[in-house]
Design a binder for this molecule. Structure first.
Ligand code: SAH
Length: 257
């Protein structure tokens, strides 16, 4: 393998929206960049207010166009930043970009960001890993135009009864609820939708699996929203497990006498 040449391209997590929710390193990299390519539909443009860099909005660009900007910048010895919403590792489509850079021996680094899943949990003031309720968080999506492997369909994942953060799916809310219910979440399981978490116009809709689809239909929320579901969101998340404990020890006692 030949040694990579050029200035490293940076894949940078912009955070969920609030310009204060970018890392200090990310802020510095934006300020020092010569060229920034950002995902215009989701990244808050306020992050780019005072930057000196030449700015490209990737919303209207093909993958080839994005890559040629990044490659030309790096080969000219200049600093290119590819700015992605939230954290680049989650539905960031960075892999295909990194592979193209590898093919050209262009070096790069990845700088993490606050994912919208975590910004949504913060907006809900929720702990997703409540002791004795669940110790697992699943990041996933409903299959849409992008397929999801069958073994990780929402219906299958629902059997785990963990906390779930469901990306890219609010436009299919009725399907999401149907899958979660069919997979085993009781109808009274709490579920919340956070639109534009951490933005000034953030909106929260809360309910249960029984009523959330109607609530979302009645709302104006159609995109840029995180669905969070699981018993961890309940006011008393351990209530059900205590009930189980009680009945279990009761059965045990009655069996032993
Ligand atoms: N890499 C991003 C996710 C990109 S996929 C991250 O880590 O957050 C785009 C999806 O992320 C949207 O469909 C929506 O489900 C979610 N999303 C992005 N920003 C959001 C925000 N501020 N509030 C709620 N959901 C958001």
């Amino acid at each position: 393998m030949s040694t990579p040449i050029g200035t490293p391209v940076v894949f940078l997590g912009a955070g969920p929206g609030d310009p204060e929710l970018i890392t200090l390193k990310g802020r510095r990299l934006l300020d020092e960049a010569d060229v920034i390519v950002y995902a215009g539909s989701l990244v808050n443009p306020a992050l780019l207010d005072k930057v000196q860099a030449e700015i490209h909005d990737s919303a209207g660009m093909t993958l080839d166009e994005v890559l040629s900007v990044l490659i030309a910048t790096s080969q000219a010895g200049k600093k290119a930043v590819r700015l992605h919403t939230g954290d680049p590792a989650i539905y960031g489509a960075i892999r295909e970009q990194m592979q193209r850079l590898d093919a050209k021996d262009i070096p790069y680094e990845v700088v993490p960001g606050v994912s919208s899943a975590l910004a949504a949990a913060a907006a809900l003031q929720a702990e997703l890993t409540v002791p004795e309720v669940t110790q697992t968080v699943i990041f996933t999506r409903q299959a849409g135009r992008t397929p999801v492997p069958e073994q990780e369909s929402l219906r299958k994942l629902a059997a785990i009864q963990a906390s779930m953060c469901i990306f890219l799916s609010v436009s299919m809310m009725a399907t999401v609820v149907g899958e979660l219910t069919a997979g085993g979440y009781p109808k009274d399981t709490p579920i919340a939708v956070v639109e534009k978490a951490s933005w000034p116009d953030q909106q929260i809709v809360q309910g249960t699996l029984a009523d959330i689809a109607d609530k979302i239909k009645a709302s104006a929320i159609r995109k840029t929203a995180m669905i969070v579901v699981g018993r961890a969101l309940s006011d008393d998340p351990t209530a059900v497990s205590k009930l189980y404990d009680a009945s279990f020890s009761h059965e045990y006692r009655s069996r032993s006498t």
